[in-house]
Design a protein around this ligand. Sequence first.
Ligand SMILES: Nc1ncnc2c1ncn2[C@@H]1O[C@H](COP(=O)(O)OP(=O)(O)OP(=O)(O)O)[C@@H](O)[C@H]1O
Ligand SMILES: [Mg+2]
Length: 336
Amino acid sequence: MNSDVIEAIPIPAFVISANDTLSSANTAFRALFPHLQIGRSYLTVFRQPNLVTLIEKLRSNEQTDAVEITVKRQTDDSFRVTGAVLAESDVLLCLQDMNETAAAIQLRQNFVADLGHELRTPLTAISGILETCEDDQEALAHFLPTMSREVERMKRLVADLLTLSRVESNLKRTPNQNVVLQALVGAASTPLAVLAKEKGIRIELAMPDDPIHFQGDADEITRAVLNLVENGLRYGNEGGVVKVTGRIDRSPKSPPNVLIEVRDDGPGVEIHHIPRLTERFYRVDNHRSRDSGGSGLGLAIVKHIVNHHRGRMTFDSEPDKGSRVTLVLPLEQSGS
Ligand SMILES: Nc1ncnc2c1ncn2[C@@H]1O[C@H](COP(=O)(O)OP(=O)(O)OP(=O)(O)O)[C@@H](O)[C@H]1O
Ligand SMILES: [Mg+2]
């Protein structure tokens, strides 16, 4: 088989000749099975009876289905094998990695389960109230604020999910608008003035007078800063300060970056939680975060946005010393 043709197959693929020896293989296959060299029998690596049967059936032009095989390497790897007969009993075999597929299915199942759980909690609260207060207008009126809070929570959850999916679908586009940091931070802070007032927290912006220009997606950066400032307000102490700092970092060793730092003087987070904060639906203190309406998606969204900009995010915190989140984003997006 022409080596360009086999190379164009996007999954591991190999061809065995009439005497069962390997006659060609693409790079993906060779990376997985470096020990199986051209001219050696495929049976030295693949001894699965269902694969042998598949090959026999293909050679005798019988109807065949794909077969699943497990290959022992450092781990047990599962592949779904499909094949076709080429000229002179040569057989082409393609291996679809079932571990990757299984991992993706598992991820989706976990996500749906988590989401179901998040939605069930407020719905249970609302339907419980409606059931108990069916004939009692007075009690119903009493519980209206609770119902309204639960509805708000679901609205936030749905809005966060839509943002997350928008950022994910944007990943292929280079975020190369020319933006001005001061404008974005201003746009992120303004809608939070009400929450800041409620919590008695001051939002302090510390940025140079000269505009900081950089390349990015204006909506995404605004959303990221908004999420961080909102966290500072929600989890900060009453009467405290949330400080947003912006500057350019021009270290001689690397291309220039824009640094955005959001710091609060609240109770902070214990160190062992920090690596998990960007997981979807992760909250340190379920009750406290839930009571403040949090769905645990904010930092997952920020992380996606930072990755989209090929930047990085750090979260520093110590109990009772407040938290500091730093975003480091390239001043210019390469490939734009
Ligand atoms: N500045 C902070 N101080 C203390 N804890 C924080 C801070 N920022 C985040 N956390 C903790 O990290 C958790 C995850 O934050 P994240 O922003 O992802 O979700 P959320 O605020 O609960 O909900 P959402 O942002 O989706 O409305 C929060 O629930 C909170 O426990
Ligand atoms: Mg949040």
